[in-house]
Design a protein around this ligand. Structure first.
Ligand code: CU
Length: 170
């Protein structure tokens, strides 16, 4: 098993490159962030961009997302207004567990890597939800800045299969 990890990591790196390669500017930013990543705070410069946990009482609306064993979110692009607090309700229509994690591309990649090293890694953070087959879960988030906020299912194999989407903050 251990011998396979570098190959998996490479495959994921390639997949991530393919998935995000269309955005050259973003790719350059990621490269820059990667280069600077070990100088200090790992999330410096990236954390504020995705927003922060929202107060459920202030959620202006609910966005429904479905998750499937085809390793897709539907819709894959969620449009919100800058500053808006929304409740994201995810329904799992598959027979596998799925999750939805908000984060920068870099954060998601790092998190996916950690998940592969410890697939039973238990975690519960405000920026994520995990849904059992046939179930639903929700999170409330405030999107502070215009731009794209990626999200993905980081269960091993799912991220690599393209189970990702983004919030388009306008
Ligand atoms: Cu999944």
């Amino acid at each position: 098993m251990k011998r396979r990890l570098p190959i998996l990591a490479l495959a994921v790196a390639l997949a991530a490159g393919a998935a995000y390669g269309h955005d050259a500017a973003n790719g350059a930013a990621q490269d820059a962030a990667h280069g600077a990543g070990h100088q200090g705070a790992a999330h410096e410069g990236s954390a504020p961009a995705i927003g922060h946990p929202g107060d459920p009482a202030k959620a202006a609306r609910t966005i429904d997302v479905t998750m499937t064993d085809a390793m897709r979110f539907s819709p894959a692009v969620l449009v919100v207004k800058r500053g808006e607090t929304v409740r994201i309700v995810a329904r799992n229509e598959g027979r596998l567990e799925h999750e939805l994690v908000l984060g920068t591309d870099e954060d998601l990649r790092e998190h996916a890597e950690a998940m592969r090293k410890s697939s039973e890694m238990a975690h519960a953070e405000p920026n994520m939800l995990r849904v059992k087959p046939g179930g639903k879960a929700e999170l409330t988030w405030t999107f502070d800045q215009a731009g794209r906020v990626p999200f993905a299912c980081l269960i091993p194999g799912h991220f690599e299969a393209g189970m990702k989407g983004e919030v388009d903050v306008r």
